[in-house]
Design a protein around this ligand. Structure first.
Ligand code: HEM
Length: 182
């Protein structure tokens, strides 16, 4: 496993911490911007071969996000990033404890040490879709998810937009932060 070349995913591996997070979530009757701090731990998995044809390199992550006001964890997320060196296809799987999961697809660019990962999923898309419980589909549906992560050395910034269909309207649930690799 130690001889696996993780390609651009190598830049993600590490323990990242940041306390400049801003969450905008659909919380009726409360202030819309919530500052947060978080740790994202990303570790090497190795490579996998699919259908004897495709070989992906894989890292996995665990993201734990806490509300600055009281320190309580208010978002927990796990998943994998995969990269196919032959095609350049990047994926991120997202699982959150609301009975919602998704597989977002996209690509990665590396220009002068600025590595940019971009992925997107849309509910109902035949390639990169969303899976959610019937309750969430009917009451708080994830319509789409878009995520951009930029790594420059030991600094990671990200922006993500999760479009929700909730409380009878469409809501852009957004998150952004800057993290440092420890
Ligand atoms: C840093 C990342 C994120 C943070 C801090 C965050 C935080 C929150 C918060 C505070 C709420 C309001 C509901 C509550 O009181 O718990 C919420 C709602 C929701 N979030 Fe997130 N979220 C994040 C990412 C995501 C992602 C990636 C998804 C889906 C892929 C997602 C899906 C949802 C859904 C479906 C709801 C509506 C549930 C409800 O309010 O009934 N969130 N989120």
């Amino acid at each position: 496993m130690s001889d696996v070349d993780f390609g651009p995913l190598q830049h993600l591996i590490g323990v990242w911490k940041g306390d400049k997070g801003i969450d905008i979530a659909p919380i009726p009757g409360s202030s819309e911007d919530t500052p947060y701090f978080e740790t994202i731990s990303i570790v090497a998995v190795g490579d996998v071969t699919n259908a004897k044809k495709q070989t992906l390199v894989v890292v996995k992550y665990h993201q734990v996000v806490s509300n600055k006001s009281d320190g309580a964890v208010f978002h927990d997320q796990i998943g994998y990033w995969t990269f196919d060196p032959e095609t350049g296809v990047l994926t991120q799987s997202v699982n959150i404890p609301r009975a919602v999961g998704l597989l977002a697809g996209g690509n990665v660019s590396d220009k002068n040490g600025r590595v940019e990962f971009s992925v997107k999923a849309i509910d109902g898309d035949k390639d990169w879709g969303v899976v959610q419980s019937p309750f969430m589909r009917d009451n708080a549906r994830t319509v789409s998810f878009e995520h951009k992560v930029v790594v420059e050395g030991n600094v990671m910034t990200y922006e993500e937009t999760t479009v929700l269909d909730i409380y009878g309207k469409t809501f852009d649930h957004t998150d952004q932060n800057t993290l440092i690799r420890s």
